[in-house]
Design a protein around this ligand. Structure first.
Ligand SMILES: CC(C)(COP(=O)(O)OP(=O)(O)OC[C@H]1O[C@@H](n2cnc3c(N)ncnc32)[C@H](O)[C@@H]1OP(=O)(O)O)[C@@H](O)C(=O)NCCC(=O)NCCS
Length: 281
C-alpha cells in the first residue's frame, strides 16, 4: 500500500474508533456549519462562512467529523504557505466541548495529513499556546510534531472567548508528515525521552502551583513544568496566571536559544526539550 493510502486508512480508522465519520467539507451548508462550530468554541466573529467557503474552494482540505445524524462535531482548516518551504499552515482545529477527549479531533488531523501527502506537501505547521498542556500533548505526542520556535505575543491582543485577557505566546510546531517520528506517533509506539535538568518547577500540589525558576542550564533533556490547567488557574488568580506566563516564557526562550526544541510533554505537564538538529534531522 502507498504512503497516501495508508495515511487515509489511518484517518478513517481513527474516525471509526471515535464513532464519527470523516467528511470532506465542500458545500455552502458545510461552511455555515463550520462557522457555527467556530462560534461555539471561539465566538461569533472568528470565522465568517464566506471565508470558510473560500478555503473550501481553494482546496485547502477542510475536513470534518460528523456524528451519526450527520451533525458536524469537529473540523480542521488550513492553507498553504511557502515561508521557509512549502507547507500547510493549519489554522483552526476544534471539537465541540461535549465531544472532546474521545479521539474526534485526531481524525480530521490525520485526514489533513493524508491529503497533504497526496498533494506532495510533506510538512504542516501551526501555532498553539504552550501553556495549554492538553493541546501540547495532542500536538507533540499524539501527532508527533516538534515545537521548533517560540513567539511571545504572536497575535497581539486577542478578544475571543479562549484567549481574551491573556498574552498570546505561541509555539510553532512542525509536523513532518512522512517522517519516522510521525509514523511512531500514529502507530502509538513513541516513547518518552529521558528527562534532564528542571528549569522551571511547580511548587505546591493541586491546581494552583507557583512557578519556581531553578537557575538550571538548558541542556538536552531540559524540563519545563507547567500547571495542569493554566486557563482555570488564571481565571482563579490572574496575577498567578501572569507569573506563569512570564516565567514559562523565560524558560522556553532559554531552551530555544540553546538550540533545543520541545519534543514531548507528559500527562503531568512536564515538557522535555531535545536538540532541534536531532529532532529535525
Ligand atoms: C484540541 C482539540 C481539537 C482536541 O480534540 P479532541 O477530540 O479532544 O482530541 P482527541 O480526543 O483526538 O485527543 C485528545 C488528546 O489530547 C491530549 N489530552 C487530553 N486531555 C489531556 C489531559 N488531561 N492531559 C494531557 N493530555 C490530554 C491527549 O493527547 C489526548 O489524546 P489521548 O488521550 O489519545 O492521548 C479540542 O480539545 C478543542 O476543540 N479545543 C478547543 C480549541 C483549540 O484549542 N484548538 C487548537 C488546537 S491546537
Amino acid at each position: 500500500m502507498g504512503a497516501d493510502a495508508s495515511a487515509w486508512e489511518a484517518a478513517h480508522a481513527a474516525a471509526a474508533s471515535a464513532a464519527v465519520s470523516l467528511i470532506s467539507l465542500t458545500t455552502i451548508a458545510d461552511s455555515v456549519a463550520v462557522h457555527a462550530l467556530v462560534s461555539r468554541v471561539w465566538g461569533e466573529e472568528e470565522l465568517r462562512p464566506s471565508l470558510a467557503r473560500a478555503f473550501q474552494h481553494a482546496g485547502c482540505g477542510v475536513y470534518g467529523a460528523a456524528d451519526a445524524d450527520g451533525g458536524l462535531v469537529g473540523f480542521v482548516l488550513g492553507f498553504l504557505g511557502w515561508n521557509g518551504g512549502m507547507h500547510m499552515h493549519s489554522h483552526m482545529l476544534a471539537v465541540l466541548p461535549e465531544w472532546r477527549s474521545r479521539g474526534v479531533g485526531y481524525s480530521p488531523k490525520l485526514a489533513q495529513r493524508a491529503a497533504c501527502l497526496e498533494a506532495g506537501v510533506d510538512e504542516a505547521r501551526w501555532t498553539y499556546d504552550p501553556l495549554v498542556t492538553r493541546n501540547a500533548r495532542f500536538n507533540l505526542v499524539k501527532l508527533g510534531t516538534v515545537a521548533t520556535s517560540f513567539f511571545p505575543d504572536f497575535y497581539g491582543e486577542m478578544t475571543d472567548r479562549i484567549n481574551k485577557g491573556d498574552r498570546s505566546d505561541r509555539f510553532e510546531v512542525r509536523w513532518r508528515l512522512g517522517s519516522e517520528r510521525v509514523g511512531r506517533a500514529v502507530s502509538r509506539t513513541a516513547r518518552q525521552p529521558p528527562a534532564g535538568p528542571v528549569l522551571l518547577a511547580c511548587v505546591g500540589q493541586g491546581d494552583m502551583p507557583r512557578p519556581k525558576e531553578t537557575g538550571a542550564q538548558p541542556e538536552p533533556g531540559a524540563v519545563v513544568e507547567l500547571p495542569p490547567d493554566h486557563s482555570a488557574l488564571r481565571a482563579g488568580d490572574a496575577a498567578l496566571g501572569l507569573e506563569w506566563r512570564e516565567t514559562s516564557a523565560r524558560a522556553f526562550q532559554a531552551c530555544f536559544d540553546a538550540g533545543l526544541a520541545a519534543a514531548w510533554i507528559d500527562r503531568q505537564g512536564r515538557y522535555v526539550f531535545l536538540p532541534a538538529k536531532e529532532l529535525m534531522a
